[in-house]
Design a protein around this ligand. Sequence first.
Ligand code: ADP
Ligand code: GLC
Length: 496
Amino acid sequence: MKVLLAAAEVFPLVKTGGLADVLGALPQALAAAGADVRIVLPGLPAILQGVEQLSTVCELGAIFGAGRVTLRLGRMAHNGVSVYVIDAPYLYQRAGNPYHNAEGQEWPDNIQRFALLGWVAAHLAAGELDPEWKPLVLHAHDWHSALACAYVASHPGPVAATVFTVHNLAYQGLFRTEDFHLLGLPSRLMVSQGLEFHGHISFMKAGLKFAQRVTTVSPSYAREIATEEFGCGLDGVIRARGGAVCGILNGVDSEVWNPAHDPHIPTPYSANSLGGKALCKAALQRELGLHVDATAPLLGVVSRLTSQKGLDLVLAALSDLMQGPGNQTVQLAVQGNGDPSLEAAFLAAVSSYPGRVAVCLRYDEALAHRVIAAADVMLVPSRFEPCGLTQLYALRYGTVPLVRRVGGLADTVVDATPQTIQAGTATGFMMGTATPSSLVQALERTLQAYRNPAVWKKLMLQGMAQNFSWHVAATHYLALYEETLKGGPGKSPLAG
Ligand code: ADP
Ligand code: GLC
């Protein structure tokens, strides 16, 4: 099974969120399950620097506004996975975020930057760029590479089967219809049955409409995006795909996230020897200027600061949370960056609760490990969550997640009730609605359990025993690829 994965991020080279973690682990898991896997990535500076043993596959000349585009092939240093890198200096050699500039404005030529990614993926899939390797399946991830599915569908010859994974429907890649001519796609695709979306070109729609199979990163999210509440205006498109849409849950890379062998945390620990966790907590309290207090329940957040993540609910409930239901002295450590108003509000909280609230407004992989290891409770009160990885990492680190019952959070955490605690299946706490009062109620239940050391330890150990493995996810993807191949090309009527 030859598979080409197309994406814009990959851990550890370029990461803005969980998408990178998925691309850092899934290819190796697919390879371990017997697939011949390669990735295609844009030649962002960190990718060109980090991918090893790059050699030239072919020169693509001047396309998509770039004067010179070269396709190179190398390997990921950490897992040896083969990677095609699109070296297009004019489009990709820019410092900072892959999607926007330092002021947070999208790069003005994003339409060309990500059309090129899709175009190269599609032509690799058609066997036109690398005579040595032609995939059977092209698996595109999120809007950044979704246009590949439209290029494949409009290709006259036999191309690979296509699978498209939605990691987050809220980011759609919308562009001006006036720029459609830049894409080199047939104009018959620029209709509402094709790529048109409320007067824009939608890259996301290219994946949703033209891929033979569409997946999301959890079963619940697959159901949710078929509803108006979670469909971001595309629920009709999703419903129309019927049984072609399914959810495959993400896994945890246990090489990277394992408290027994984590170089980023001060003291390793495991389910058999939990002592190190208390030392991690004390060390983080010192590092962040919190009172060093083993008995104060420490709530942790590691997150992009966007409305998706519901962290405004934490701010709205802060005085209730800090008051500590049951008069417990609660502490809060927030690591995140993004929305400037949320950043400012969290900073203000530090002055209101010195020694009890700490905030780090920066992206720092090592600190994320220390926060997850040190916290007693991980807060993930998301409004929507396609999968969510931080609650999975928390479970592994014996940090009890408090999550909203939505998307992948609902699929991965078992709410602690008297029955589930008794049965030994409980792993965390759930809030129903996205409201401050629902959060406070869930925290009250959490702290009640925290005050009972036997119950708390049971929750921690049950969480640590969970096995969200990439092996399971890879097995599901391989089965899906096989099915997709059997289903034939299944071209859209618009594809010609
Ligand atoms: P999303 O992809 O929606 O941001 P996930 O929970 O799937 O959410 O993945 C988030 C990933 O990004 C996790 O690996 C998390 O540890 C990491 N992360 C988020 N914010 C930061 C930050 N400020 N510093 C370091 N890592 C972060
Ligand atoms: C997206 C989602 C997140 C998911 C991640 C990886 O960024 O917001 O829920 O875990 O992709 O699939």
